[in-house]
Design a binder for this molecule. Structure first.
Ligand SMILES: N[C@@H](CCC(=O)N[C@@H](CS)C(=O)NCC(=O)O)C(=O)O
Length: 220
């Protein structure tokens, strides 16, 4: 079985685990302590961020996007895979555009909003306002249909919701009373169910070399 190095709260790892679980792709999950990474991960050399996956042939998938694309290719759930990642290239380009805006623009302001005390250039409020540019775009899209690209969930939704979850947790009260009603409903649809809380976010002790592996997902 492929080996997945993961970290429970990491939004990149959450998106990877979500797609793997939804598509029924089994992996051996190794929960990483980021302050004391296991030597098996360090020994891979180069990038040691999580998530990271090594398949049965020893091929390495060093980023969350690589892992999600692997699952879409491997899965027996072809119809679901086609909904998440529709084959017309133009749809995939749109999905990639949303994801790269999230990863390259929004994430920058999210980190500063989360840790405003570490970035004294601006106030927490200013950082939040910068991040809200993306909130507004998402909220507008979600006023047109249930998910970002239409009435079906796509890879864009799954790749982005863990970052919005992080944003919402910085000041829960503010988020709950904010104007972004469509976004709140959309986020709720991902995080308020047993699949998310008991499968994707299940707590595991951190893995160190020699420890038994755990098969993920914990249900099918
Ligand atoms: N672009 C990467 C980003 C992964 C990433 O930054 N992961 C963080 C945790 S959320 C990490 O591993 N940080 C520890 C480190 O950089 O050593 C992906 O999509 O997988």
């Amino acid at each position: 079985m492929p080996i997945l190095y993961s970290f429970r709260r990491c939004p990149y790892a959450i998106r990877a685990r979500y797609v793997l679980a939804l598509l029924g792709c089994d992996v051996l999950l190794r929960e990483v302590d980021l302050k004391s990474k296991p030597s098996a991960l360090l020994a891979l050399g180069g990038r040691t961020t999580v998530p990271q996956m090594i398949d049965e042939q020893g091929e390495r998938y060093p980023e969350s996007m690589d892992i999600m694309l692997w699952a879409l290719k491997q899965t027996a759930r072809k119809e679901l895979a086609e909904l998440l990642w529709p084959s017309p290239g133009v749809r995939q380009t749109k999905i990639n555009t949303w994801i790269s805006y999230n990863d390259n623009q929004f994430k920058y302001w999210l980190d500063r909003y989360k840790y405003a005390d570490r970035y004294p250039d601006k106030t927490e409020l200013e950082y939040r306002q910068r991040a809200e540019v993306f909130m507004k775009r998402l909220n507008n899209r979600l006023s047109l249909h249930k998910y970002l690209l239409g009435d079906d969930m796509s890879l864009a939704d799954i790749a982005i919701f863990p970052f919005i979850r992080q944003f919402s947790n910085v000041d829960k009260n503010w988020f709950e009373t904010s104007e972004y009603d469509n976004l709140k409903l959309w986020l709720d649809s991902f995080v308020n169910d047993d699949f998310f809380n008991d499968v994707i976010m299940k707590k595991l002790p951190s893995w160190q070399n020699g420890q038994a592996d755990v098969v993920f997902p914990f249900c099918q």
